[in-house]
Design a protein around this ligand. Structure first.
Ligand code: PEP
Ligand code: MG
Length: 323
């Protein structure tokens, strides 16, 4: 399937109306990195670092992590890799972590909540990332930020670690970007200062959608009731894009839906200009974007909204079949 799109692999995802959408890929293992070249992705928009923790029987050592992250950066060869700090808890349980009995794990002690409560592992991981950079640019994002203070605190920990590493004589990254993942609706309503402080926002659509509709992402029965192209969800995405625009904060979308061509097209029509997806989706998404005029798609979406449609999917699908 990848070969079908090889002719556009090195082309930009530029729409008929001249909008350029940055397409990155999601990764989590060293073995994913060769896809960076084959898929035509510009970089790694989401590197899920927990996979390295999940495949081991004990907490990895700082030196091992630093070596691995360094190899990831080598393989990316100067292209941007957004390393997401450890996102465990909920569906991702470490074999060596004391299991915590929680009635609602998805709403429980997970991701940044664990990181801020047990700072040792987070600090160790941040040190490994700084050392791995060896002076190269470094991009770090914190998962599951639900309120401004969590981001501020996590960011400060990273800045403290930078200072300590500097004192120890390690070469600091020449450029550091610190972002937040927007995965809970609350963060969309955070103070302006939050958006101003974040170097970038990455919408974690899988979690965001689950909390927006109160529908478990792991539960097929309820998950399928709510279309990503539901007008409420699209309006919410648009609102997030607008808040980021106000402060000039770059925003991307990195949930599974970014890799579905029709969804990706509608996100672009709502103003998103960066999407991160599984490598095999880059070709199909790029193909559809290159054939499309976002103003037209936008008009179709507005019409569906105005006439009270629940989802814009039927209208957009019909438009595409006639295009
Ligand atoms: C998300 O929630 O959309 C996301 C990208 O993170 P994960 O799927 O790893 O929770
Ligand atoms: Mg998530």
């Amino acid at each position: 399937a990848q070969e079908r799109y090889s002719s556009i692999r090195d082309c930009k995802a530029e729409t008929k109306c001249g909008a350029v959408v940055r397409l990155d890929m999601n990764a989590g293992l060293m073995a994913d990195l060769p896809s960076l070249r084959d898929s035509g992705a510009e970089g790694v928009g989401l590197f899920r670092t927990e996979l390295q923790f999940l495949i081991r029987s004990k907490v990895p050592r700082r030196g091992d992590l630093a070596a691995l992250y360094s190899r990831v950066m080598d393989a990316a060869d100067g292209r941007r890799v957004a390393f997401r700090t450890l996102d465990i808890g909920s569906d991702k349980v470490l074999p060596y972590m004391k299991p915590t009995e929680e009635p609602n794990p998805a709403l429980g002690w997970r991701a940044i909540r664990v990181g801020l409560d047990k700072k040792g592992v987070m600090r160790m991981q941040l040190q490994a990332l700084i050392r791995a950079s060896k002076g190269r640019p470094l991009t770090v994002m914190f998962p599951f930020i639900a309120q401004f203070s969590e981001f501020r605190e996590a960011r400060q920990i990273l800045l403290d670690e930078m200072e300590k590493e500097d004192r120890l004589g390690h070469t600091l990254p020449e450029k550091l970007e610190i972002g937040a993942m927007l995965e809970t609706p609350s963060l969309a309503f955070a103070p302006r200062q939050f958006f101003a402080m974040a170097d970038f926002i990455s919408i974690g659509g899988n979690d965001l959608k689950q909390f927006f509709f109160a529908a478990d992402r792991e539960n097929e029965r309820v998950r399928r009731r709510y279309d990503t192209l539901n007008v409420s969800f699209l309006s919410f995405i648009e609102q997030i894009v607008n808040r980021c625009r106000d402060t000039g904060t770059p925003v991307s979308f990195c949930g599974e839906d970014a890799g579905r061509p029709v969804e990706a097209l509608c996100f672009a029509a709502m103003g998103l200009r960066a999407l991160s997806m599984r490598p095999a989706s880059v070709g199909p998404v790029k193909h559809l974007l290159r054939q499309s005029d976002l103003h037209d798609v936008r008009r179709v979406i507005e019409m569906a909204r105005a006439q009270g449609d629940q989802s814009v999917r039927p209208a957009v699908t019909e438009y595409l079949s006639n295009a």
